[in-house]
Design a binder for this molecule. Structure first.
Ligand code: SF4
Length: 455
């Protein structure tokens, strides 16, 4: 018989908790079992007046709202609060009843401004520690990679500035050798923290931020995340990131995998200093050209000199450039009489000059190690691809990381920390759910009964 459902019936009353109406396997129900924010009130207490003013929103409610948004992919505050009006699961997750008025969306903006990015970093770090305690992460093998995030800037907001002016205004941003070349440089007038960058030679430059992510090998838990401007080189953030991971996890890293974008002498030196086994492929070498390349010159680090292909000595000259680059000069007499001179010395110069990084011996050791890679190294490098690159894909597809929600690096950092925290909570909830299913096959019934009993 064709059924009919009467609509617009008035509810006289609803008994029990909203929890009974949320399925046990709903993502918010799962995450609620592992989310502990009891420490949060003390963490932010110093930001509020103790005896004056209107009571603010409970910090736990604010964080639960934001986490729910990132878990469900509703990343904009207005949309999130509109959805929360009608979404039973979100109302229950943040602790609001059906008839209670939810906070205004602008309250979340003020909370972010008041707390600052570091408090959100602490929330993220708590999720890492919870994953370590639950043994779904060890912090011993980490996969590190970076991904560009499109800034929240329109194309109309880009303006051309003379490079010299931009460098003068941001001297610390231009210490790395791979800076953007050209006389003019595009800057974002509405979000000056974002810079033009691209992740492919044939793709156009876009105003971007760069997220540097470290993922644990066991279950793909994010153990560290940091955000820089889009044009920052990957290698610049590695050293600080390695130390931050060890601080957060309390465990010394044994192995780190990275892609060829990190194959710099400075990075290898940082890994060697920390006794970390590096799984990093070497950069592809350029095709041989007319000029004899620098790699044909041999650095003798012990005696601080370089030998050219004919065995002549090049000696260091001048101060270190940008803190780590040393120039080595051949003698005019040697080059004048050399048969290789047409292929080695530019017509405008009297003798060959080569530049080496002071950490070049670390790079040479890493290259030699790369030639000896076996199944073990290839296995972990394959895991690198689907662990950390998979994480970036997951965060961009399901949790709104494809584009910055707000402007400014601090806002972008908060977005990155909350996204990483949401992913970690998801991993933690999945692990707990798997354990419950093993030890209690009728887990849904058990949890339901426990909830009803506790309400
Ligand atoms: S031109 Fe000078 S630096 Fe080059 S191979 Fe000859 S002697 Fe060595």
């Amino acid at each position: 018989m064709l059924g009919r459902k009467e609509r617009d019936q008035l509810e006289l009353f609803i008994t029990g908790s909203l929890r009974q109406l949320v399925p046990d396997d709903h993502i918010l129900a799962r995450v609620d079992r592992v989310l502990d924010l009891s420490w949060l009130r003390d963490e932010v207490a110093d930001l509020y007046c103790t005896d004056n003013g209107r009571p603010g929103i409970d910090p736990e409610v604010a964080v639960r709202l934001m986490v729910a948004g990132f878990l469900l992919g509703i990343i904009h505050d207005r949309r999130l609060l509109r959805e929360a009006q009608v979404n039973l699961a979100i109302r229950w997750f943040v602790g609001y009843g059906l008839h209670e008025v939810l906070p205004d969306h602008s309250s979340l903006t003020r909370i972010r401004q008041r707390w600052g990015a570091e408090r959100f970093r602490n929330i993220f770090k708590r999720t890492v520690k919870a994953c370590i305690a639950a043994r779904i992460a060890t912090g011993e093998i980490v996969h590190i990679d970076a991904s560009l995030i499109r800034a929240n800037v329109s194309w109309d907001a880009l303006a051309g500035h003379h490079v010299a002016d931009v460098e003068a205004a941001n001297p610390s941003e231009f210490e790395w050798e791979d800076r953007q070349s050209g006389k003019y440089k595009k800057i974002c007038t509405t979000d000056p923290d974002a810079t033009m960058a691209t992740n492919g030679r044939n793709r156009r430059l876009e105003p971007s931020y760069k997220q540097h992510t470290a993922v644990d090998d066991v279950k793909g838990v994010v153990v560290d995340v940091e955000v820089t401007t889009g044009e920052e080189n990957e290698g610049m953030a590695v050293e600080a990131q390695l130390d931050a991971i060890a601080m957060t996890t309390g465990v010394a890293i044994k192995m780190a995998t990275m892609d060829a974008g990190y194959a710099y002498a400075k990075v290898f030196r940082a890994l060697e200093d920390r006794q970390i086994d590096a799984i990093v492929p070497a950069k592809a070498e350029r095709r041989p050209g007319k000029v004899i390349p620098t790699r044909r010159f041999r650095l003798d680090a012990k005696h601080n000199l370089v030998r050219c292909p004919t065995g002549k000595i090049l000696r260091p000259k001048g101060k270190l450039q940008r803190g780590s680059f040393q120039h080595f000069h051949a003698s005019r007499e040697d080059c004048r009489a050399c048969p290789l001179r047409p292929r080695c010395v530019s017509p405008s110069r009297h003798a060959r000059v080569v530049v080496f990084n002071i950490n070049h011996p670390s790079l040479l050791r890493a290259r030699r190690k790369r030639l000896r890679w076996g199944n073990h190294e290839h296995h972990f490098y394959r895991r690198h691809r689907w662990r950390v690159e998979g994480l970036h894909g997951e965060a961009k597809t399901w949790h709104g990381l494809a584009r910055a929600i707000r402007r400014g690096r601090d806002n972008m950092r908060i977005q990155a920390f909350l996204t990483a925290a949401a992913v970690n909570l998801k991993r933690l909830a999945a692990a707990l759910f798997a354990i419950l299913l093993v030890f209690a096959p009728h887990v849904n019934d058990r949890i339901r009964f426990q909830r009803i009993a506790s309400t």
